[in-house]
Design a binder for this molecule. Structure first.
Ligand code: SAM
Ligand code: SF4
Length: 374
């Protein structure tokens, strides 16, 4: 095992006020009475597993669920117990952002807040079962700015049934008007078994082709507004001359670059030294194991070298920076590479030692990368 070398930590906080129909993340509705026990369990898990963590981390990411719904005292206790990190992100639902919460996050060393805006159109938000509207998103941004947050990201979803191109443009305009440092734009996915897929799955399948033009529209609009399209679904403001800050998500960059990370909490995934495990998604079992100081159940998978290399190509080519082929050459099919290069979908750099997708290749995305793999 890696002795004190892991520099990225994910912590899962599963509590939500209600369940949005499209979401299949590991979430728990209600159970306010268990927030304290859950944080106790997270800290017990940190004691068991934390030996692999570097004394100072590059990134901590508190994801959910709705981390900001966690009882404030418990959220504070958790944040104050985590190792220090250069970037500490917390996911927040807009309606949970109050001045007191913003201050708490600030005082506990949070550097970045990722707001789940999803859309600004009341009609589309109601299709998604979302409670917060445009006014709450705006209020959340002002509240966070008042508490001196200078790194705010929005999650937006496109491809919502009945969303017109004009609706999409309106969402992008509203988002841009709030000047976030970072934007993630996800195509709505029909997750198997969700209420939403039951009701709208067929409609999503029918509109799949239209979504390519929506994606192109998003990239065009955000890059015209000066954002860097640094990963398939992610955009950030470029460094200003005055500050020179790199506003890409350091935590997600670590995933895309194939770095190891530790995950704590129910359903959390860890990848360390070629082993990947997912902790049980069952809250009761998780709490019971850690209450007696035992490791919770987990599904463990060993990743063969070949799989690790292919993953690094698949993820690395999502970025706008060239991927070094140093130890990855075996993962790429030379004939496919030549073909895709001729088609103008892939380009080689640094005398063939580095690889990147061209803009056209990036629009086609995963399909091109899959063809490249040996
Ligand atoms: C862990 S989730 C939830 C964060 C937060 N609780 C919220 O709802 O705003 C992180 C992001 O994943 C995206 N997401 C969740 N389910 C999705 C789906 N079925 N298709 C596309 N994006 C999804 C949403 O944009 C969401 O903000
Ligand atoms: S989308 Fe967010 S708020 Fe809705 S159920 Fe999923 S994690 Fe909870």
């Amino acid at each position: 095992m890696s002795g004190r070398s892991i520099r990225h930590l994910y912590v899962h906080l599963p509590f939500c006020a209600s369940r949005c129909g499209y979401c299949d993340f590991v979430t728990v509705v209600g159970r306010q009475g268990q927030h304290g026990a859950y944080v106790d369990a997270l800290l017990a898990e940190l004691r068991l597993e934390g030996g692999v963590l570097a004394p100072r981390l590059e990134s901590v990411f508190l994801g959910g669920g709705t981390p900001t719904l966690t009882e404030p005292r418990e959220l504070e206790r958790l944040l104050r117990s985590l190792p220090p990190a250069d970037e500490v992100t917390v996911e927040a639902n807009p309606e949970t952002v109050t001045p007191a919460l913003a201050l708490l996050l600030r005082e506990c060393g949070v550097t970045r807040v990722s707001l789940g805006a999803q859309s600004f159109q009341p009609r589309l938000l109601s299709v998604l079962d979302r409670h917060a509207g445009a006014a709450e998103v705006r209020r959340a941004v002002y509240t966070l700015r008042d508490a001196s947050f200078d790194n705010i990201s929005f999650d937006l979803i496109y491809g919502i049934p009945a969303q017109s191109a004009a609706d999409l443009d309106a969402d992008l305009s509203e988002a841009l008007a709030l000047e976030p440092e970072h934007l993630s734009c996800y195509e709505l996915e029909a997750k198997p078994g969700t209420r939403f897929t039951h009701a709208h799955g067929a409609e999503l399948a029918r509109q799949a082709e239209t979504m390519e033009s929506y994606f192109e529209r998003i990239v065009a609009r955000l890059t015209e507004a000066g954002y860097r399209w640094y990963e398939t679904a992610n955009f950030c403001r470029p460094p200003s001359a005055a500050e020179g800050r790199d506003l890409r998500s350091r935590h997600n960059l670590a995933y895309w670059r194939g770095r190891d990370y530790l995950g704590l909490g129910i359903g959390a995934v860890s990848t360390i030294d070629g082993r990947r495990w997912r902790t049980t998604p069952r809250l009761g079992r998780y709490l019971a194991s850690l209450r007696v100081g035992e490791r919770p159940e987990r599904e463990l998978e060993t990743l063969p070298e070949r799989v690790r290399r292919s993953e690094r190509v698949l993820l690395g080519l999502r970025l706008d920076e060239p991927l070094s082929l140093d130890d990855l050459a075996e993962a790429v099919d030379p004939a496919a590479l030549e073909r895709l290069e001729r088609l103008g979908l892939v380009r080689r750099a640094a005398a063939g030692d580095e690889l990147a997708l061209t803009e056209r290749g990036r629009f086609l995305g995963g399909g091109v990368t899959a063809e490249l793999l040996a």
